[in-house]
Design a protein around this ligand. Structure first.
Ligand code: G6P
Length: 609
């Protein structure tokens, strides 16, 4: 998703803006640009592609100035060309924008008929012209911005410079998150950015704009207004983003580093929810009576949705509570009927995904008890929920989610035990057994990671495939879905997941000797049924990669290769299966030479519909 940064200070800003943009790279982008005000004039540099291209432009043609804005663009309206890259300028107004202006066509026609020339295909350009038109009508920048905001429909964050005002920057937020950074004696100035991460090298004193807020920044002040124009205070917090500054360590990619961090971050997350001394889960601060609920609805997107699907199997079997799981973009428009006595759970790494956020708003409106599992505790989803269950995964930079997913599963597994106990479905003894199995997970994952070279070798079988099928049954079906998603995200190989029992209803027609089939099949009550499906694949020449804690040879089936899982309690199998499907996708992508951490067209945090 687009990233925004702005600095207004006393030192040259261009290089610092570029540094901040590098810290927003993880969000996904396809062009970038920077503009500054220097000697009373607006100047900008933009480039298609990665930030190295912009860096090169800046080194060929440096930008002066101590006030400036920068942007990484993830194209929505208009191709990722230099012309469409932000910042956009109209007269003396310069704008960067994240989000979508839904009424841009109407505004564009109106502004064009007023004589404003459009030179890009973007929706953002209407913002620059709208504000410029207000300035041309004699309004000051503040009044111009306020009047323009009233005309905009959609979700956005934007930052604006005004030629002739070298101690002024205005930012606004509707929908998309926006952080304000307060400088210090060491690093004077004021900062604005899409997240606290971007600002971490400059300051850890951060305030977040609330929905509808806009802010007027000078070198040493921030005056915040709410949607109605009343001056408001937003609390300044000390951000941890600096302490969590991230690099790849000894790993080639952030994704590899994050896969390897899983034992540690799962441990950290477990220690938040498990009272090991008393061999029980601890949700004492969670004010929801699961015993009296008649339904839990889970909503999420992407990988987080698959975590929700696993939770449905867990919570219905071990928690005794009916669960619905929805993709957020579907839930929000299908006018779902919610139980009077239901709770709604939202799962999101970023806590900013636009569709999930919209579902939260819907459920709050319908008086559901709302609960979120998020990795970013200051996020909009966390702040909008009645209760928050954090995942302690630390910052996840690789676009393809790995450690956030397993930490979501960890929280959901612990929550399942809590629900099971509250509803009287699990005995104390069963709770002890499940808790013990959960605390084994970090060790078992560490053991699996030692064996990763085997998965690296097996991944060679996927490198030349055009299509890959993933199969799983029951609680492992979501892991097949997650495996297929990971593979297509980072290797660009088409992959599809099917519930193994559905094989005969269609996908079996695709099977031949060129079709690798990854089967996720730890030993459980459905094992033999999935093995029968494997036989059907093998009989048609399909090349099976078998992920299981059972020896493939004992099944009598003709497997090409096996990825062995450690044997644990059946309850924790989804957590263990996550690792090989991540590694298989990772090594396939590495062999293919794709951009593993920033795959084409994808964004880490999707703040548009
Ligand atoms: C994007 C990311 C995925 C992520 C999904 C949901 O598509 O690329 O990795 O699973 O958004 O994001 P969230 O932050 O809500 O978990």
């Amino acid at each position: 998703m687009c990233g925004i940064v702005g600095i207004i200070g006393t030192e040259p800003v261009a290089v610092r803006l570029l540094d901040a943009l590098k810290r927003l790279e993880y969000r996904g982008y396809d062009s970038a640009g920077i503009a500054t005000l220097h000697d009373g004039k607006l100047e900008r540099r933009r480039a298609k592609g990665k930030l190295v291209a912009l860096e090169k432009r800046l080194s060929d043609e440096p930008l002066g100035g101590t006030i400036g804005i920068g942007h990484t663009r993830w194209a929505t309206h208009g191709k990722p060309t230099e012309k469409n890259a932000h910042p956009h300028i109209s007269g003396g107004v310069c704008v960067v924008h994240n989000g979508i202006i839904e009424n841009f066509k109407i505004l564009r026609a109106e502004l064009a008929s007023d004589g404003y020339d459009f030179v890009t295909e973007t929706d953002t350009e209407v913002i620059a012209h709208l504000i410029a038109r207000e300035i041309d009508a004699g309004n000051d920048p503040q009044a111009a911005l306020k009047a323009s905001l009233e005309r905009l429909e959609g979700a956005f964050a934007l930052a604006v410079l005004f030629q002739g005002h070298d101690n002024l920057m205005i930012g606004a937020r509707r929908g998309s998150p926006f952080a304000i950074g307060y400088g210090s004696d060491d690093q004077p100035g004021m900062f604005i950015g899409s997240d606290a991460f971007a600002l971490a090298p400059f300051t850890n004193r951060i305030a977040y704009l609330e929905e509808g807020d806009w802010v007027v920044l000078s070198k040493d002040s921030a005056t915040i207004y709410d949607e109605g124009g009343a001056q408001v205070n937003r609390p300044i917090t000390t951000s941890m983003a600096n302490a969590l500054l991230v690099d790849k360590g000894n790993h080639r990619h952030f994704m590899a580093k994050e896969i390897h961090e899983q034992p540690e971050v799962i441990s950290r997350t477990l220690s938040h929810y498990i009272d090991l001394g008393n061999e029980k889960v601890d949700f004492s601060s969670l004010d929801i009576d699961f015993q009296s609920l008649d339904r839990l609805s889970i909503t999420a997107c992407g990988t987080a949705y698959y975590a929700g699907l696993v939770a449905k199997y867990w919570i219905e079997k071990w928690g005794g509570l009916p669960v619905d799981v929805d993709v957020a973009s579907e839930f929000r428009y299908r006018e779902p009927l919610l139980s009077d006595n239901g709770a709604a759970l939202f799962v999101s790494q970023s806590g900013e995904t636009a569709d999930t956020l919209a579902c939260l708003a819907y459920c709050n409106e319908k008086n559901q008890k709302t609960l979120s599992i998020v990795n970013v505790q200051e996020s909009s989803i966390a702040r909008g929920s009645d209760a928050v269950l954090p995942t302690l995964a630390g910052p996840e930079i690789g676009v393809a989610s790995t450690k956030a997913f397993t930490c979501q599963l960890t929280v959901l597994a612990a929550l399942t035990i809590h629900i099971g106990r509250q509803r009287g479905v699990l005995s104390k003894e069963q709770e002890v057994e499940l808790v013990h199995s959960l605390v084994e997970v970090p060790r078992l994952i560490s053991e699996m990671l030692v064996e990763e070279a085997k998965i690296d070798a097996i991944s060679q079988q996927l490198v030349h495939a055009k299509d890959v099928l993933y199969l799983g049954r029951g609680i492992h079906y979501p892991l097949a879905l997650e495996g297929a998603l990971k593979l297509k995200e980072i290797s660009y190989i088409h992959a599809e997941a099917y519930a193994a029992g559905e094989l005969k209803h269609g996908p079996i027609a695709l099977i031949d000797e060129n079709m690798p089939v990854v089967v996720v099949v730890p030993k459980d009550g459905l094992f033999d049924k999935t093995i029968s499906n494997c036989q059907e694949v093998a009989a048609r020449g399909g090349q099976i990669i078998f992920i299981s804690d059972c020896d493939a040879k004992t099944t009598g089936c003709d497997f090409v290769s096996q990825i062995s899982l450690p044997r644990g309690n059946e309850f924790i199998a989804p957590l263990l299966c996550a690792i090989p499907v991540q590694l298989l996708a990772y090594y396939t992508a590495v062999h293919m030479g794709t951009d593993v951490d920033q795959p084409r067209n994808l964004a880490k945090s999707v703040t548009v519909e």
